[in-house]
Design a protein around this ligand. Structure first.
Ligand SMILES: Nc1nc2c(ncn2[C@@H]2O[C@H](COP(=O)(O)OP(=O)(O)OP(=O)(O)O)[C@@H](O)[C@H]2O)c(=O)[nH]1
Length: 638
């Protein structure tokens, strides 16, 4: 960092361990005496693309943590997938020093993702904070994730500073957005700050308001050490790096700490602040946010939500978090079985970094040995897949995603360990109706915000997806917020895409878990040339079986390239085929060389060709492209 200089052994600088020198003003900051009242911990939360990472860049620039160059764009989005997709996937922390009214403040900022699949990151991040900056786009106004994120912060009783971003846009209407904020969140519009994160307009005011409006942490250095693990990463060489917020006491290098969850003890090898790179320190104090490396070999050992304390001073553990709940499951297999062990180590390493992915071993007749992975949503699954390919050079086949159904069993034969209820994460293991009292499907409460011109279209799509309307309110003169109860299965794959395209990109969607409901669902198999393909088996609602089967066959017909033999694509329920499409074979013109001539010779050639094809159909395996598994589930809403 060009502006701040940290000293641990450099005697010439005249600094003691744990002291900072602010080069531009030659001011020494002794962290051991830094008062808690001058610390502010806050998150930046918003709907996707409303400008969180851009604002974080400006805050880092103003406070001198990074230099102002073209290269320094979205510095907190470090992953390649984040940079390529332009989205934040993982929350990032940065500690900044800010000068206000001749006092130095330590601001710990956490930039969070905006997409619904990563809202778990948001809820974890805000647990380490006392306040949030709620960013709203001055053109788009309040969107579905703005509402969801607001409630996360509101329920955690954090101070909320509304910030209206992108006021430089031609169509910006900050006045309208302020009215929406007042109406929907009951925050007086005078409290909103209008900024342009891109141009830097009023960004300094944001920092001033953070200092003025957000409360400092109320933790005491004299109390026993107590820290919340709110995130963790895995480094191949250094092991687990736990991001912690200190809720009391202080922690020094060499201290022995215990993780409350496992009761294991560790020696602290390294600790420090995140600026946003790791900056080793001698000590961390109550109220600060930083990182700790303590020889933990698996992320499981630094479980998110866990409490760390000094071995000699046990404390009451903090409440922690609910574990992330996987919403989508899919099989993952190596393209080539010989790559199995390489892929296994890649999956293990990546899940060490992303503890919200659940992993179970699985195998399939067609695709060999693999895993069944659970994700928080489809984007999460795509990002995981992309990271595997980019960061670990692995090539994988991902099967059709499915949601976790439940079945209440009636047959005592199947009741293991007194469990009557089973969760079905693989449709191929869907228990037969005769063994089941009741099937249950996962439900979600969806929030849709859209201009009112599209209400009619949206309602008909929601109905088509078995949605039940629960509420509808106007958030301003032209925008409505609708609440729908949906079966998760109906919205998980492509609902958001449809909603976006039918509303010219104006509608936004967010959902939260709403438990389980009884449902009349059945298993539908897909057969290619009479052979069931386990990886394409799906669970569908009985009323939708025929239309779903027909649509899947049609989509497979498009997705599977023509091969040297004819392929019959069938959808079946039990032994009953309910839909069929045929993929025609490439036909070699065996008669090309026969100019006129004897008809019996032509017939002989055609018969020989037909026999050859019959053989191929028998022995040939159908090649299914790897993206076909997901594409077959994407439906077209009328
Ligand atoms: N005109 C204008 N564009 C902005 C402003 N702030 C951000 N943007 C643009 O908006 C887009 C999204 O910005 P990001 O900072 O990536 O948004 P984000 O909220 O971090 O996005 P996620 O992390 O994916 O949720 C980028 O193209 C930015 O350049 C602004 O003040 N004015």
């Amino acid at each position: 960092c060009p502006c701040l200089e940290y000293c641990c052994s450099n005697l010439e600088s005249g600094l003691l361990p744990g002291q900072w020198r602010h080069n531009s003003r030659m001011k020494l900051i002794d962290m051991s005496k830094f008062p808690v009242e001058r610390i502010r911990n806050f998150s930046i939360i918003a709907h996707i693309d409303h400008g969180k990472s851009t604002l974080a860049d400006r805050l880092l620039e103003i406070t001198g943590a990074i230099t102002k160059t073209q290269k320094n764009k979205q510095v907190l989005d470090k992953l390649q997938v984040e940079r390529e997709r332009g989205i934040t996937v993982k929350a990032q922390t940065a500690s900044l020093f800010y000068e206000y009214e001749n006092q130095t403040y330590l601001l710990n900022l956490i930039d969070t993702p905006g997409h619904v699949d990563f809202s778990y990151e948001v809820s974890r991040s805000i647990s380490a904070c006392q306040g949030v900056l709620l960013i709203v786009d001055a053109n788009q106004g309040i969107q579905a994730q703005t509402v969801a994120n607001f409630y996360l912060a509101f329920e955690a009783q954090l101070t909320i500073i509304p910030v209206i971003n992108k006021i430089d846009l031609k169509n910006a209407d900050p006045e309208r957005v302020e009215n929406q904020i007042e109406k929907v969140f009951d925050i007086p519009k005078e409290e909103c700050i209008r900024i342009s994160a891109k141009l830097g307009t009023n960004v300094d005011q944001v920092l001033q308001e953070v200092v003025k409006r957000l409360p400092p942490p109320t933790f005491n250095r004299e109390d026993p050490f107590k820290a919340l693990v709110f995130d963790s990463n895995f480094d191949q060489y250094r092991g687990v790096i736990a991001n912690v917020a200190l809720f009391g006491g202080c922690l020094s290098k060499g201290d022995r700490i215990v993780s409350a969850h496992l009761g294991k003890s560790y020696e602290v090898n390294e600790l420090g602040l995140l600026k946003p790179e790791e900056l080793p320190m001698e000590r961390l104090y109550a109220g600060q946010v930083g990182y700790v490396i303590a020889g933990m070999k698996e992320v499981k050992e630094a479980q998110i939500g866990d409490t760390l304390y000094h071995q000699k001073h046990p404390v009451e553990p903090l409440p922690g978090f609910k574990p992330a709940k996987a919403m989508v499951f899919a099989g993952m297999y190596p393209m080539d079985q010989s790559d199995y062990s390489t892929l296994r180590s890649a999956v293990e390493k990546l899940t060490l970094n992303d503890s919200s992915v659940t992993v179970q071993r699985d195998s399939s007749l067609a695709l060999g040995a693999g895993w069944r992975l659970g994700f928080l949503g489809l984007l999460h699954m795509e990002v995981f897949n992309q990271r595997l390919e980019q960061e670990y050079n692995a090539s994988v086949i991902v099967t059709a995603p499915t949601v976790p159904y439940k079945a209440i069993l009636s047959s005592p034969r199947l009741i293991k360990h007194g469990r009557e209820e089973i969760t079905i994460v693989n449709p191929a293991q869907f228990p037969d109706r005769s063994l089941v009292k009741e099937y249950l499907e996962p439900m979600v409460m969806g929030t849709i915000i859209s201009p009112d011109d599209y209400i009619g279209k949206i309602m008909s799509v929601c109905l088509n997806r078995r949605g039940i309307q629960k509420n509808m309110v106007y958030i301003d003169d032209h925008r409505v917020m609708m609440k729908y109860l949906f079966p998760l299965n109906e919205i998980v794959v492509d609902f958001y895409d449809h909603l976006k395209s039918m509303s010219s990109g104006y509608a936004s969607f967010d959902y939260e878990d709403a438990g389980y409901q009884a449902a009349d669902v059945i298993r539908m198999d897909i057969l290619l040339n009479g052979k069931p393909v386990e990886e394409l088996t799906t669970i569908v609602h009985r009323d939708r079986a025929y239309s779903a089967g027909k649509a899947m066959c049609e989509r497979l017909q498009d997705a599977i390239p023509r091969q040297m033999f004819e392929i019959a694509v069938q959808a079946a329920i039990g032994s009953k085929v309910i839909a069929r499409e045929t993929i025609k074979a490439f036909r070699k013109n065996v008669l090309a060389k026969c100019y006129g001539g004897d008809i019996t010779r032509k017939m002989k050639l055609l018969k020989k060709q037909a026999e050859g094809k019959k053989k191929m159909r028998y022995i040939g395996t159908v090649q299914v492209p790897k993206d076909a598994f997901i594409n077959v589930l994407k439906r077209k809403d009328k």
